[in-house]
Design a binder for this molecule. Structure first.
Ligand SMILES: [Zn+2]
Ligand SMILES: [Zn+2]
Ligand SMILES: [Zn+2]
Length: 460
């Protein structure tokens, strides 16, 4: 896309977002203790600054590089747009913002109509201070991010893609970029295009429900009234625990909670015991992972064909799959002795199974007590979808491709940029669109906005 097309697209998206923020003020969530939250905006344009500094050249002379100017640009500048100096720095983030009232927050959003809107999970005495120390942290909600990115859904291979960043190469492929580098030029940098479909969004939803039901409500006993769930606007869901008892937890305590959920550090030795040298399967009635480990092992065995580990027990599990599962599904569960698997192996199997079966959360999001999280009711700039507030009941039937749409039904003509790599099929409401090559199409606004936000189309 040319920079002219890029600029037109950005202006259009911003106008559309502006219209949304003006007309949907009531749908924008007001986080509680609003005046104690830091807000952050991801803006459409980049703010750049060219530092002027003294350098010594090869002959020992002092020379000055950089012009000291600043400005905005529609794309991240790699050199100063004025003097071509590499001393330019740029950002598309505007941080350390704060609002005293919901009205002030809404009018700022309507005025700026940013690409994305975030606020701190933390409460600060001075949220607008530029320095973390000066902000005076007073506590933070406990936040979980469940994202299709971390779920390895098989559909990623079908709809995510990459382009080699080397402008002379531009090799393309589906799935994750090759770890060993571009097969054509050996380059290690890629532009990635991530996509979403019903399959990976269902995976994300299922995981969200597990974290909510099994861990937060089940193991930790958190009152469901104190838990807020929302669709992220893109590839996943967020869970925020608003129980004041968690606010003061430090980063180390949050890491422990995250590890309890993911099963990292679980030790099979602690739950697989023996009676007369016969390995005993742990009862389902045990608290926490002890009671869940049998289900985790059943899950591992059901998926043993795709398990890539080389332990000697793998072939035994494969060969005796049905009999072992039948034993584990009994009450109380039993390790089937005919498999000839030792207690040491069952402990290893338990450890591996728990790591695979654990809740799939993005751990750094939970442990970072300064993290910002999307504002509920705002629009996600990579999709044009609403960051939708949900409940434990409403998430069951929630359809991101129908229930998170922000824009009306008028049609818009866009030119899809599918020449290098076709744009995968997607669904909006009951309609399927694509796949598209390089072509001009008339689409309902939400579908057109999705392609524009995804960066795979320009105004037609
Ligand atoms: Zn400059
Ligand atoms: Zn290449
Ligand atoms: Zn998918």
């Amino acid at each position: 896309m040319s920079s002219r097309e890029r600029e037109k697209r950005q202006k259009f998206l911003r106008l559309m977002f502006q219209q949304y923020y003006r007309n949907h003020a009531a749908d924008i969530d007001t986080p509680d203790r609003l005046h104690m939250r830091e807000f952050a905006l991801e803006t459409w344009e980049y703010t750049w600054r060219c530092t002027r500094r003294a350098e010594t050249d090869a002959s020992g002379q002092t020379v000055y590089v950089g012009c000291g100017r600043k400005g905005t640009a529609i794309q991240r500048p790699s050199v100063c747009p004025v003097c071509n100096s590499p001393t330019v720095t740029s950002t598309n983030w505007s941080r350390h913002l704060g609002f005293r009232t919901a009205k002030a927050m809404r009018s700022e959003l309507a005025a700026r109509a940013p690409h994305s809107v975030y606020h701190s999970a933390a409460f600060y005495n001075i949220p607008v201070a530029r320095d973390m120390q000066e902000k005076q942290w007073q506590g933070a909600e406990l936040v979980f991010d469940i994202d299709a990115d971390h779920l390895d859904a098989p559909c990623t291979q079908e709809h995510d893609s990459w382009v080699c960043a080397n402008p002379n190469c531009m090799k393309t492929g589906w799935g994750e970029p090759p770890e060993q580098g571009c097969p054509s030029c050996g380059g290690l940098e890629f532009h990635r295009r991530k996509w979403i479909c019903d399959r990976c969004m269902d995976d994300a939803r299922r995981n969200t429900l597990r974290v909510y039901d099994e861990f937060l409500v089940g193991d930790f006993g958190i009152d469901s009234d104190q838990i807020v769930i929302n669709y992220s606007g893109h590839r996943g869901y967020h869970i925020r625990v608003r129980d004041p008892r968690v606010f003061k937890l430090d980063s180390a305590a949050r890491v422990e909670i995250a590890h309890e959920i993911t099963g990292v550090g679980f030790d099979g030795n602690s739950v697989v015991g023996t009676t007369l040298n016969i390995p005993q399967a742990p009862a389902r009635s045990l608290a926490g992972w002890g009671g869940r480990v049998v289900d985790a092992i059943v899950n591992l065995i059901r998926n043993i064909d795709s398990y890539e580990g080389g332990q000697h027990w793998v072939s035994r599990l494969r060969r005796n799959r049905e009999a072992i599962i039948a034993g584990l599904l009994k009450n109380p569960p039993e390790f089937w002795r005919g498999a000839g698997i030792s207690v040491k192996s069952w402990r290893e199997i338990a450890t591996v199974a728990v790591a695979m079966y654990g809740g799939k959360i993005d751990v750094p999001v939970t442990h970072d007590v300064h993290r910002v999280i999307r504002l509920i009711g705002s629009i996600h700039g990579k999709t044009g979808f609403v960051v939708a507030k949900l409940t434990r009941e409403s998430i069951e039937d929630f359809d991101p491709f129908a229930d998170a749409l922000a824009f009306g039904a008028d049609n818009l003509r866009v030119r899809v940029l599918g020449g290098l790599l076709e744009v995968p099929r997607f669904r909006i409401g009951d309609e399927l669109y694509g796949p598209y090559g390089d072509e001009v199409v008339d689409l309902p606004m939400s579908a057109a906005m999705f392609l524009l936000c995804k960066g795979v189309a320009v105004l037609g």
